[in-house]
Design a protein. Structure first.
Length: 288
């Protein structure tokens, strides 16, 4: 994935291994970051070397708004523990495994921006963001979105609202918007997520192609973006224990699908059975 996932914050990325270096290179290809690599590994141009992670962390902890460690969580916890003061002033800290599977919001999740940073890192490398902030995890809906190129934010917001009306559920229960990486640069989609203050998850095309989850396929999408579909698989793959409650529905060049995460401990009202559109809207058009 190579989308521009700029966070607007100063970010340092730290790792110790050749595998971690590869993940760091993925991140730096999409975000402007400072890179730190253990001295045991030859550092590429532009990458700083360090001898001990504890000493390095002490030096840079207050220098960056965000720190991303590609390392075991235990090592990171021990490195930052003596320096933690308050969620109001500590930097955002995210921990990523060397396999690039997970991006964990570890410190200063909400106030410090680690939740957003974890999501951005996950979008960069095709990882799963791990966010445990209670106010975020009580939300259980994921809105998958596909759209023709050039659709503006107002049109996308309207389509989301109309889709939620169909299942009689509020915007406040939406945890993520989701789309495929082929739409990662779509200005209207990015702006709609920003205006709604809902994080946008970008799903790697490879995950969609390899998915065995049941979802509708589109010949048009397959022809134009080499994917079997966008909105339904994005909604299903952006969460855990998901099931569709609204199949792909077209709104004037925008497709929306809604999935619900089945988190029984949350005590939220269950959604209605899955709704499928009776027929394509007269305003509908093929959607990439």
């Amino acid at each position: 994935m190579s989308a521009d996932m700029s966070t607007g914050m100063s970010v340092g990325v730290i790792t110790f291994s050749p595998q971690g270096l590869k993940v760091m290179e993925q991140i730096s290809a999409s975000m402007e970051v400072d890179q730190y690599l253990h001295e045991a590994i030859a550092a590429p141009p532009g990458v700083s070397s360090f001898a001990r992670v504890y000493s390095l962390t002490q030096q840079i902890f207050r220098h960056y708004a965000g720190l991303v460690y590609i390392a075991p969580c235990g090592v990171v916890v021990r490195a930052i523990a003596p320096l933690i003061e308050s969620k109001l002033c500590d930097p955002a800290v995210v921990c990523v495994d060397v396999g690039g599977r997970y991006a964990v919001s570890l410190l200063s999740g909400h106030e410090g921006g680690a939740n957003d940073l974890a999501l951005n890192i996950a979008n960069c490398i095709g990882a799963e963001p791990v966010i445990s902030t209670t106010t975020e995890t009580v939300k259980d809906l994921i809105v998958g979105i596909g759209c023709r190129k050039g659709k503006n934010a107002a049109e996308i917001r309207h389509a989301i609202s109309a889709a939620l009306t169909l299942v009689d559920l509020p915007l406040e229960r939406v945890r993520f918007l989701a789309s495929a990486d082929v739409k990662a640069q779509e200005a209207g989609l990015l702006l709609a997520a920003e205006e709604l203050a809902i994080p946008l998850r970008i799903i790697d095309s490879t995950l969609i192609r390899l998915s065995t989850r049941p979802f509708g396929h589109s010949d048009f999408v397959a022809t134009h973006v080499q994917l079997p579909a966008v909105s339904e698989p994005a909604a299903l793959l952006a969460g855990r224990r998901t099931s569709l409650i609204l199949q792909k529905t077209a709104f004037n060049g925008i497709t929306i699908a809604i999935a619900q995460e089945n988190c029984t401990s949350l005590g939220l009202a269950p959604a209605a059975p899955m709704i499928a559109p009776d027929a394509p809207s007269a305003l509908s058009a093929p959607v990439k």
